[in-house]
Design a protein around this ligand. Structure first.
Ligand code: ADP
Ligand code: MG
Length: 525
């Protein structure tokens, strides 16, 4: 008897909520409930002495123990440490993500048995550094990350599954152009895709990694706190736990405003009470600029895809914040049609990830429950910092412009500056600006073994290979020669292999907390 194939598991590791899905015996995606019995798990971690508690209980602890709760660490990926120390420790954000993944894995394995292979989703607009940090989080959690895929793509795959497109059913043979509008808790992503049968092709993508439901919450928090301050002379935002409780109350009020035209916010602090009524209209007014930012991005992305609203077949809503009536209203007005919320705003991303995991795990098998192909684009231009000879100033020399179909290989020739130049520094940046300081540094590659006696202006070829999953490999060579000089990228704000090992053991509970000094970043030399 052969061992049963590994379960196909997809994880939507969200800024505020995470979801795990697998496929049932009929190949249909299903969400796995966590040990609290919920379909979605808050992406919150409470540090309670040497214990960590993930999920609902961590969120509850916000009202009493806020300084020990890490929230929305996904927003800090790409930074060296989480935005504030917790109990004196500075945690890398990817380690906090790893604790969340670890809990999700433990809970899911209670239902489907042990597994380690997973697909994790990321916002389409995530840059390379954040993608790498997500893979590292998976590693530290003890998972084998089969692939990382973009959240809107995963949602579109789940949508395609429900429409029967993956098995050639429905009206699958006609190409459909859809716009996926994904407004979650922490990030906003918009992607224009074409679906033709089982082919999912991304045409353009854009977004904002710091825009989501949390920003809507904050407007309510500020409204109540300002009112409290003017009435009682104290600001509840000054006290972390009072602020934590206020945020939870306001998030709740926001949800009420989805269901009802007005809500009462009742709040007390230091024995002083406050009661405020907020209407849906007022809430829409005081957050209009946030919604406008998404409107602007949606229009830009459509333009980047070379389409107009009438070319689109559908606007697909994903992410918990698309439940807010103002979102639907805006998209109806823009597109002239009713936005589609036929797939579950909370679960679709994890479902698509599970379908993708299944495809990767079963690729050799004859019997498949429908197949599909994903074609992606890169969400940020990738370039190298080079000195412009005419002006002597550093410029961003782009090798791969944004919205290029992946995978892609690109090369560009640069020149050495001096006679007998021994070293070259290849600084890789992501971003659209011509000046490197307005772009985000991805890392650098120092080539120290150039052949002796090269004349000045010797052509140097830099090659980028950018994978389907948005991960980069770099090669540098003296043009014409066959030997690759170096391809190690020394990354900005990324953990080294040694650091990853230390965290991996700690998060799995097999070793002590790493000392601060043990996770300093390595020096470039
Ligand atoms: P993420 O993937 O970024 O964690 P989700 O897609 O899970 O986000 O959406 C979570 C966000 O959706 C939170 O900000 C939450 O407050 C918001 N949300 C969920 N339900 C509602 C609702 N009924 N009305 C308004 N906002 C909601
Ligand atoms: Mg999400």
């Amino acid at each position: 008897m052969s061992a049963s194939p590994p379960a196909a598991v997809g994880i939507d590791l969200g800024t505020t909520y995470s979801v795990v899905a697998t496929l049932d015996a009929d190949g249909r995606p299903v969400t796995l409930v966590n040990s609290e019995g919920d379909l979605i798990t808050p992406s919150a971690v409470l540090f309670d002495g040497s214990l960590t508690v993930v999920g609902k209980e961590a969120l509850k602890a916000l009202a009493t123990d806020a300084p020990n709760v890490a929230l929305s660490a996904k927003r800090d990926l790409g930074e060296r440490t989480y935005r504030q120390p917790i109990d004196g420790h500075r945690y890398p954000p990817e380690a906090i993500q790893a604790w969340i993944l670890h809990k999700l894995q433990q809970d899911a394995s209670r239902r489907i048995g042990p597994f380690s292979k997973v697909v994790i989703t990321v916002p389409a607009y995530f840059d390379e550094v954040r993608r790498k940090a997500t893979q590292d989080a998976g590693y530290m959690a003890g998972l084998e990350v089969l692939d990382i895929i973009n959240e809107p793509t995963a949602a579109a795959v789940a949508f395609g599954f429900h429409r029967g497109y993956l098995t050639g059913g429905g009206d699958s043979l006609r190409p459909h152009k859809i716009l996926v509008y994904d407004l979650g808790g922490g990030t906003f992503d918009v992607t224009v895709m074409e679906i033709e049968g089982g082919n999912f092709t991304t045409l353009a993508t854009d977004g904002d990694v710091r825009l989501g439901g949390l920003d809507w919450d904050q407007r309510l928090v500020d409204l109540v706190a300002e009112e409290f301050l003017s009435r009682h002379g104290v600001d509840p935002r000054q006290d972390a736990s009072a602020a934590g409780r206020l945020w939870r109350d306001c998030e709740d009020a926001k949800r009420t405003l989805t269901a009802r035209a007005k809500t009462q916010i009742a709040y007390d602090f230091q024995g002083l009470p406050l009661r405020m009524e907020v209407t849906r209209e007022k809430f829409a007014d005081m957050t209009r600029d946030l919604l406008d930012r998404t409107r602007f991005t949606v229009n830009q992305t459509l333009q980047a895809a070379g389409l107009t609203w009438k070319d689109l077949d559908r606007v697909l809503l994903v992410g918990g914040s698309t439940r807010m009536p103002m979102v639907r209203d805006m998209l109806r007005e823009l597109s002239g049609r009713e936005p589609d919320s036929s797939i579950s705003a909370d679960e679709a991303v994890a479902h698509g990830a599970a379908l993708h995991a299944s495809l990767l795990l079963r690729s050799g098998e004859a019997e498949q429950h429908g197949s599909f192909r994903i074609k992606n684009v890169n969400s940020h231009s990738l370039g190298v910092v080079a000195i412009d000879r005419a002006t002597g100033r550093p410029r961003n020399a782009v090798l791969i412009p944004r919205n290029t179909a992946l995978p892609v290989a690109a090369r560009r020739i640069f020149k050495t500056q001096r006679v007998n130049q021994k070293n070259i520094l290849v600084q890789i940046v992501e971003g659209e600006s011509a000046s490197p300081e307005d772009c985000s540094p991805l890392g650098k590659c120092v080539v120290r073994d150039l052949p002796a006696n090269l004349p000045a202006q010797t052509p140097i070829e830099v090659r980028f290979a950018y994978g389907e999953n948005g991960r980069l490999q770099v090669q540098v060579r003296v043009a014409g020669s066959q030997t690759t000089l170096s391809h190690e990228i020394a990354r900005e704000n990324s953990l080294t292999l040694e650091q990853l090992e230390i965290w991996r053991k700690y998060i799995q509970g097999t070793s002590a907390l790493p000392q601060e000094s043990e996770y300093e970043l390595a020096d470039e030399d």
